[in-house]
Design a protein around this ligand. Structure first.
Ligand code: RIB
Ligand code: CA
Length: 317
């Protein structure tokens, strides 16, 4: 069978344990040509998320340029999540120090460079607040046609997590999210509807830990850290929010998806940051997103565990 052409991607996120696992999956699966990594402010401030991005890239062997993203959301002051990810944004196992300099370009400039230079349209995998992606779209409307799609973790048609109405990534920067969802660029939305079903259980951590390679040891520790917080609020496993935005690109067959028009609430007193999905098609508005609503959890877990074997083979090479 002819080898599948690699998908050119930019990884934009606010690492963050689940961002880190998403990037580890993206690197291991062999399906992506990772053109750039851009840090977002979200789980932690931009300096910490940039430092975490650089450490993760060294750990997993991503040698693409890394650029620092926007330090603030469009309107509101920055909001962080130390209760979930710790003060560093990526508490837990010790990681290697960065081993190469940050790009001299900022995130928007690096996105513009790699997208304009790449022959084929590029997929943006956004697993944090959408500030960078929205800023890029506003600064470079001429490059919209060079974006194949935006695969994002964000929102929730049926629920929020940071407020009853809003999911964290959207709530941090609703104006940015509105810009992205109204851009006309194809969107694959991994919201809480699916990510809270993509649970990784302690038995799965153990399968990863049993691989006993340098990266699987750390991934199992990240999973354990992430699980401890979520267990404390009633989850049966660690919700793989950000990895869903990657897994849906490489194994769409294990997901249930629905084209849908999604509006972003930016004004509501109780609903700011909500992703309002037209599930029944009542609005007459054309779908602007493919919303992921379900997943085969066991298949998800198996693919995640299997991907981590890559780092054992890489070590032997
Ligand atoms: O609500 C979950 C999202 O917020 C994930 O992307 C997590 O990393 C945090 O950024
Ligand atoms: Ca994230």
């Amino acid at each position: 069978m002819s080898e599948q052409k690699k998908i050119p991607v930019i990884l934009d996120g606010d690492p963050g344990h689940d961002d880190a696992i998403a990037w580890t999956l993206a690197r291991a699966c062999g399906r992506f040509d990772i053109l750039a990594v851009t840090s977002a402010a979200g789980n932690c401030g931009i300096e910490k998320s940039t430092y975490n991005a650089r450490r993760i890239c060294r750990l997993i062997g991503i040698d693409a340029p890394i650029a620092k993203g926007c330090p603030q959301p469009f309107i509101e002051p920055a909001m962080n999540a130390p209760s979930v990810h710790g003060e560093s944004g990526l508490d837990g196992p010790v990681l290697p120090e960065p081993d190469r300099p940050l790009s001299e370009l900022n995130a928007v400039e690096l996105m513009a460079k790699v997208i304009s230079e790449n022959e084929d349209p590029v997929t943006v995998v956004s697993t944090g607040p959408l500030t960078n992606t929205a800023a890029f779209l506003l600064a470079h409307p001429e490059l919209k046609s060079k974006i194949a799609r935006i695969s994002l973790m964000g929102g929730g048609i049926s629920t929020g997590n940071w407020t009853p109405a809003a999911e964290f990534n959207i709530l941090v920067d609703p104006e940015a999210a509105k810009t992205v969802f109204e851009s006309g660029v194809p969107i694959l939305m991994a919201g809480l509807d699916v990510t809270e079903k993509a649970l990784i259980f302690p038995s799965d951590f153990e399968r990863i830990r049993a691989l006993q390679n340098p990266v699987s040891d750390i991934v199992s520790a990240w999973l354990e850290f992430f699980y401890i917080f979520h267990k404390s609020i009633g989850y049966a496993g660690a919700p793989m929010h950000d990895p869903c935005a990657v897994m849906a690109l490489i194994h769409p067959e294990i997901f249930r998806m629905q084209p849908m028009h999604v509006d972003i609430e930016t004004c509501g007193e109780y609903s700011r940051g909500a992703t309002i999905g037209d599930v029944l098609g009542l609005s007459g508005k054309e779908p602007n997103a493919t919303v992921i609503l379900g997943v085969d959890r066991d298949a998800f877990a198996d693919y995640l565990v299997d991907a981590m074997k890559f780092y054992g083979e890489a070590k032997k090479a």
